[in-house]
Design a protein around this ligand. Structure first.
Ligand code: GLN
Length: 549
């Protein structure tokens, strides 16, 4: 029988519920338990695929092709497992299923109501994950903040589960204790209110993880204990840390793992965190830097810069840097700023600005993207990397733009472009995948891209072959466009190597250039499969090349 741990958040968003959930999973996993984790997003969207990354953050893709929240990526990285579509629940998914069942007469003439039918559907989904994975612990992170309207039905489902199986369900509240500058003291009141909100939903937290800039001291623990009706030791200090990978180690310092086991009436167990502790040591001690530029466009929101849209790319870079015992330094280049077609004084100034920036970097990544904004700036960056032998790594869109750059500037096909942003393009070196055309015509946008893991055959004697140490791999995708095979010969004649091919569809998955320290583009997103203790082979080789620069 699985045990269920619900994790919800208090006070405000962005306090690290996802990392907390992943870290709780990690410490229990290191005690020898099987763990799975479910992310509940209260939005009405069926999945994250139709949302703008600036709005939502990265859209993570599972092996089976679900476009979901970046927290699924965090769980995968911490737990070193592949999760599937069942591990992701949204309001949209729940209602869609209930309405479909109603239309099929499966409620046998009953009036279908928000309560209990919606929570029942949520519970059945959580139970299905437990059954499918046979996990000892199912962690369920409820998105949003307690007290808001959106996640009430999910809290109701959690309450109902506790009611029917009190010994198998635990509630953890991740809360925040601010230290206002003008007072200089850590305040517990917002957390007290968060607990009240949870109480109103019929839930009493078993454990509070008290997030703050500093460790939570005894007087604060006592206060929370009295006002929130719980034991002092159930208030766990969770101060800000340098690296997210430190969180499980810190939790274990507070004996969180055994505390959870005790709550479930299970025997105490030792944990094996050694490898993880060594990783944290590396993260905290490495000094020599590698400077990696990421040319993207999904990070400006008002006066703030958010990196959320590229989280898997950032993590994959970090994993590879730590493997080589280097400290990653990521430099953000906003593609729009370098787009020569968008600047009043045109090509020269944009080009010069960009080149100044790029010269000081050890390697450049062009990540995934959609639409025309920033494209020409990215193409200029690729041209500079190609000509100046700066290690270049193009991911999906980045690969497509590398093909366009090469076609224009090496093959002399000046009008080369992608039909994604030049509909009647004369030289469509990147073109829509045929089966996608009909889908777009019928406005079937949600969940219809080429998604999830597909096989890739790798050509011997390429950098990719050396990196993967073999001739076959499987990688995750999210795209509608592809390299147009009718231009393959022209590109190859000028030295582009088609290093990876999907055997079923003869679709180019990896391109490489010869006579360059590292110039690789992948149609897939290798970052989704990188793990802290097992960096992705292509990222590993990319960083290796960057070290030589
Ligand atoms: N916009 C491109 C396509 O749909 C690339 C997508 C991506 O980078 N994920 O093919």
């Amino acid at each position: 029988m699985a045990k269920y741990i619900f994790i919800s958040g208090g006070v405000m968003s962005g306090i690290g519920k996802g990392i907390t959930t992943s870290s709780i999973g990690k410490i229990l996993q290191n005690k020898g338990f099987e763990i799975t984790a479910v992310k509940i997003d209260p939005y009405v969207n069926v999945d994250a695929g139709t949302m703008n990354p600036i709005e939502h953050g990265e859209i993570f893709v599972t092996v089976d092709g679900t476009e979901c929240d970046q927290d699924i990526g965090n769980y995968e990285r911490f737990l070193n497992v592949n999760l599937t579509t069942a591990n992701y629940i949204t309001t949209g998914r729940v209602y869609q299923a209930v309405i479909k069942r109603e239309r099929n007469l499966e409620y046998r003439g009953k009036c279908v109501e928000v309560v209990p039918h919606i929570p029942e559907e949520i519970i059945s989904r959580i139970n299905k994950v437990a059954k499918k994975t046979k996990a000892d612990f199912v962690l369920i992170e409820i998105g949003g903040t307690v007290g808001e309207y959106q996640n009430l039905l999910f809290l109701e489902a959690a309450r109902m589960m506790k009611l029917s199986s009190p010994k198998d369900v635990l509630f953890i509240l991740v809360s925040y204790l601010p230290v206002p500058k003008m007072i200089g003291e850590m305040k517990t009141k917002p957390t007290q209110h968060a607990v009240r909100s949870l109480n109103m939903a019929g839930i009493q937290p078993d454990i509070i993880l008290a997030r703050s800039q500093n460790p939570v001291d005894k007087p604060r623990k006592r206060k929370i204990s009295i006002f929130c009706n719980m034991a002092k030791d159930d208030v766990i200090s969770a101060p800000d840390v340098e690296s997210i990978y430190e969180v499980p180690v810190n939790f274990e310092k507070e004996n969180l793992g055994n505390r959870i086991l005790k709550k479930f009436g299970l025997n105490q167990r030792n944990n094996k965190l050694k490898d993880w502790e060594n990783l944290v040591k590396t993260i905290k001690t490495v000094k020599k830097k590698v400077r990696i530029g990421i040319v993207g466009k999904y990070f400006e929101t008002g006066k703030f810069t958010l990196m959320d849209s590229y989280i898997s790319v950032i993590e994959a870079v970090k994993h590879a840097c730590w493997f080589h015992k280097r400290k990653p330094e990521i430099v953000w280049l906003s593609a729009g700023k370098y787009d020569p077609t968008k600047l009043p004084d045109g090509n020269r100034k944009a080009k010069k600005n960009l080149e100044e920036k790029l010269k000081n970097l050890d390697g450049i990544i062009i990540p995934g993207g959609f639409g025309s904004r920033g494209v020409e700036g990215k193409i200029k960056a690729i041209e500079f990397c190609r000509k100046n032998k700066i290690p270049f790594f193009g991911l999906c869109f980045g690969m497509q733009l590398a093909v366009i750059e090469f076609a224009r500037n090496v093959c002399g096909l000046k009008k080369a472009n992608s039909t994604e942003f030049s509909k009647n393009c004369e030289v469509p070196v990147i073109d829509i995948i045929p089966e996608q055309k009909a889908l777009l015509k019928e406005k079937k946008y949600g969940g219809t891209m080429r998604l999830g893991a597909y096989k890739c055959k790798i050509k011997p004697k390429t950098i990719s072959f050396r990196a993967y140490k073999g001739s076959e791999t499987s990688e995750r995708h999210r795209h509608r466009y592809e390299l147009n095979n009718s231009f393959r010969e022209a590109l190859e004649a000028k030295g582009m190597v088609m290093a990876g091919i999907n055997p079923e569809r003869d679709l180019v998955e990896i391109i490489e250039l010869k006579n360059h320290p590292f110039f690789i583009g992948t149609q897939f997103h290798p970052e989704f499969q990188s793990r802290p203790l097992n960096p992705h082979p292509l990222y590993r080789e990319f960083i290796k090349a960057c070290l030589k620069k």
